[in-house]
Structures are given as structure tokens and as C-alpha cells.
Write a protein that binds this ligand. Sequence first.
Ligand SMILES: Nc1ncnc2c1ncn2[C@@H]1O[C@H](COP(=O)(O)OP(=O)(O)OP(=O)(O)O)[C@@H](O)[C@H]1O
Ligand SMILES: [Mg+2]
Length: 298
Amino acid sequence: MAIIEVDNLTKDFGYGRGIYSVSFQIQKGEVFGFLGPNGAGKTTTIRHLMGFTNPQQGHAAINGMRCNEQTSEILRDVGYLPGEIALPEGLTGWEFIKMMQGLKNSHNEERLQYLLDKFQLDPSGKTKRMSLGDKRKLAVVTAFMADPDILLLDEPTSGLDPVMQQTFIDFMKEEKKRGKTILLSSHMFGEIDAICDRIAIIKEGKIISTVNTDEIRHNINKIYQITFTTREDLDAFTKETHLTISLTEQDKHMAEVVINDMEINQLVKVLTNYQVMNFKEKKFSLEDYFMHFYVKGA
Ligand SMILES: Nc1ncnc2c1ncn2[C@@H]1O[C@H](COP(=O)(O)OP(=O)(O)OP(=O)(O)O)[C@@H](O)[C@H]1O
Ligand SMILES: [Mg+2]
């Protein structure tokens, strides 16, 4: 049984906004990246998993229980980091931690100290006066101090400086090793590349692609960038070749060719007929893959 199951989940806010028939499953120990442009529906989906809102169609379930029905039972096993941190004012960081320990009925002091040290947080000040980064660190510490098995993370590193972002990525790697099931919404390709096993891309409320990250990393299609000495050579090459040309820049006499490993010989043979100034392989990264989906109209 999948730990997290989202099936045909639909919430229409009107004016083409919302989520429409969103479906995915996350297995135990899997790290699932949830990507998409601003306003695509990531937070809305995660809020359904937290049981904050009821779907119009379909359902969200965790450990086989409906998120909007058995909410408190489910949330005992879930660590949640909201995209926007709203902390109660008038409390110190310590008071907030104590309050959350009471609510979660969890008093794992060793784990708490580990997290405070790891994220270098001194929670003695008032939450109201904390910097954005410290507020986020406090949210991180309180989300993970009960050591939950399931983590729902909505853009967890936004607002953290680069060193803390790396600390957080390292922390997620540790959690992954410990068998945690993680849903991570993010715009940061680095963190997705570092930890995700599988990725879904959501756009305008619909999932448009789900992929295994290893498949992209080992993509057998490669892009070669060829710069010819003259414009005439570029034109003749593009006319002659049967290979897929993904881009030409005529003023630079440059063409990009997408080929699989079997076609490399063919390319090299054809190129002997021309004056080539530069020939290089362009690394096909996860980022290239995602950007393709982010671009409007793609
Ligand atoms: N309570 C609401 N009432 C009306 N519209 C809403 C509500 N919540 C979200 N929306 C709309 O639903 C769409 C999806 O919003 P959502 O916050 O889920 O996007 P997101 O993918 O999390 O974006 P971001 O990357 O900016 O955080 C947006 O168009 C948003 O304006
Ligand atoms: Mg969001």
C-alpha cells in the first residue's frame, strides 16, 4: 500500500484556478518531488494532504486513511513545513517549542537538541522579532522534533541562506536514509536533483509529467553543439542531415543536434565534409528537462 495516495483530487476555485484530477502515489521510503510554476497548485494539493480543506472530487489519503476525515490520527505521523510560516506572536521560540511539544505530545529532548544544533537556532528570542531565516528554522525544528515518518515539505528552503539550504538538503538526505517518506515541493533544481527519486510536474492545476529522476540523469539522448566556420557550411549541413536539429543560430554558424549514442558515428562522418570550428556535448541536466515544462505554452 502506498503511504501517500492522491487520487483524482479536484478543487476548482473558479476562473481556471485550482487543481484538476491530480493523482499520484508515494511509496514508503520514497522521496517525491512536486514541481511547477507559481500558482500551479502545489500548496493546494499539500493542504488537502494536511486535511485543511475538503476536495470537490477525488481524495487524498495517508496510510490508507482519508486526510479530511481522520486528520488528527494521520497527522501524528506527519511533519509539515508550510510554504509561508505564520508563528503566533507574543511567544518566545522556547515557548513555541513547548507549546508544540504539548500539542504533539512528544518530548524527545535529545532529538530537539540535535535539530537546534544542526540548524544553529537559538530559540530564546520572541518569534515576532526573529529574522525570516530563524522563523523558518523554528518551523523546521518543531516539524521534525517528534521524528515523524512522513514529511510534507512545501518549499522548505525558501528564505534560508545558501549554507543553511545545504544543511537542510543534508538533513533531508539523512531522513531519506532513515527510511522517511517525503513529499517535497520546490523550485530549487539543486535540492530536487540531490534527493528526489521521482518527480511530478504540475502546471495549471494538472499533472503533466511524472518521471524517475534516474531516467533523466541517464537520458540516452544527448545534445551536441556544432559551430561551423562559415554560414554556408551551416546551411549545407542542416539541409543534408537527417538528424534532429533542435536549434540553429545562423549568425554564430551554430547548430544543436539531438542524437542517441547509436547515431554518433553518423554525425561524425557527415561532419568530415565541413569545416568545423567547435564541437561539444551539452550536458542534459534535470534543469533543462524542467525548464521545458516551465516555459509558457510548453
Ligand atoms: N483559497 C483559495 N481561494 C481561491 N483561489 C485560491 C485559493 N488557494 C489557492 N488559490 C488559487 O489556486 C491556484 C493554485 O495555488 P497554489 O497556492 O496551490 O499554487 P502553488 O503551486 O503552491 O504556487 P507557488 O509556487 O507560488 O507557491 C492559484 O491560482 C491560486 O491563486
Ligand atoms: Mg505554494
